[in-house]
Every structure is written in C-alpha cells, then in structure tokens.
Design a protein around this ligand. Structure first.
Ligand SMILES: [Zn+2]
Length: 208
C-alpha cells in the first residue's frame, strides 16, 4: 500500500492555488451573481473598536436652557450640517448598522413598518454612543424613534435620507435635558422639535 503522502499532488501541481485576495474576489463575484438586480446593497455592522476611550465625556458644555422649539447653533440646519447630496451618497459605504444595548430602538418594537432605526450614517455614531452613555449616567434611557429613512414621512431635503439625522426621546429625563445633553454629546445641529400634531422629540444631525 502506497503511503498517503505520496498520493497527494506536489505543491507545484496543486489545483486552484488561490491567494487570500483571490478567495475574496471569488466571494465578491458570487455575491454579485446571487444578488437580484433590485436588491439593496448590504449595510455593514458598525466596526467594533473604533471609538475613542473617552466616549462618555461631553465634548461641549451643556447649555443652561434648551427651550421647546429652539435649536443650536442658531443657524439653519443646512448651513451647519450641510444639505443632502443623494448623487454622491452611497448607502453601502456611508451607512452602518449600530447595536447598543443602552438604547431603545423604535423599529425593534414596531412590526407595522419596514424601517430599521439601527441604520445610521457613520458620522452619527460617535455622538450617538456618547449621548447614550451621558443619558444612562443620569439614570435615563435613550430612545431612537427614527434614523435612516430613504423614503416617506420626512421632507425632500431631510438629512434622514442620508442617515445623518436621528429623532430622539428618552425615559427618565425631560426632553429639555435630553436636548442639552445632545448638544454636549457633539451633534452638529440639535433641534427641540415640537410639532403641532404632537410627538415632541429632539432632532439631531451631523455633517457628512
Ligand atoms: Zn428628524
């Protein structure tokens, strides 16, 4: 009986000698082939360890007051966070899916809607995680009511269409204190929004 080793092909004759890069290209090609033309590209989960160590520290002093209907800074959102530019916006590269157990996510409790409130622009992640920590330290719980919304409910120029805006409420602290914390957490534009139809919340947005 021949030794097993001698029946194996020698290194010089191994079939399909693919490198790591080769396997990656093959996997990508398979994804392209198996995805249907109308499918949205995948939204990648947030990277695990790219946040600064001091994520729980405010980046600005809290304003003394944040009255309903006011925003900071006192300039239009488009001038501060910048308008949407859907022609250069790429959901696949600009958006991430964030999991954070300190946060209550509305879409996790709403089966009548197809939205996923975990999906945000990557620039929104740092202030949002900082805010979750600041709220938790005060004994509250941050609630994300709306985040990335490619269609519906928001105005045509809404930053929700790029995932750069988030609508927040909370349990355990007032909306005014939440708005003050949002500003301290580093969002570029913070608006304590009080619509006539009800549903007061804090809308925050960030630059691209
Ligand atoms: Zn909003």
């Amino acid at each position: 009986m021949r030794p097993i080793a001698s029946s194996l092909p020698s290194p010089g004759r191994v079939a399909l000698p693919l490198s790591t890069a080769g396997w990656t290209l093959l996997a990508l090609a398979l994804i392209m082939v198996t995805r249907r033309p109308g499918d949205a590209p995948p939204i990648l989960p947030a990277p695990v360890a790219s946040l600064p160590d001091n994520i729980g520290n405010p980046v600005r002093p809290m304003p003394a007051r944040f009255p309903p209907g006011s925003h900071l800074p006192r300039m239009p959102e488009k001038l501060v966070s910048g308008p949407i530019r859907l022609e250069s916006f790429s959901p696949q590269y600009d958006l991430i899916r964030l999991e954070d157990s300190r946060i209550w996510w509305e879409s996790d409790h709403d089966s009548n809607d197809v939205e996923d409130d975990h999906i945000i622009h990557r620039s929104l992640r740092e202030p949002l995680e900082r805010l979750a920590e600041l709220v938790a330290r005060r004994g509250g719980r941050l609630k994300v009511q709306d985040a990335y919304r490619p269609v519906g409910v928001h105005s045509s120029g809404s930053l929700h269409k790029e995932g750069r805006a988030v609508d927040l409420t909370c349990d355990g602290i007032s909306l005014e204190e939440l708005a003050r914390l949002c500003w301290a957490a580093g969002f570029d534009w913070v608006y304590y929004e009080t619509p006539r139809r009800g549903g007061a919340h804090v809308h925050c947005s960030v630059r691209r």
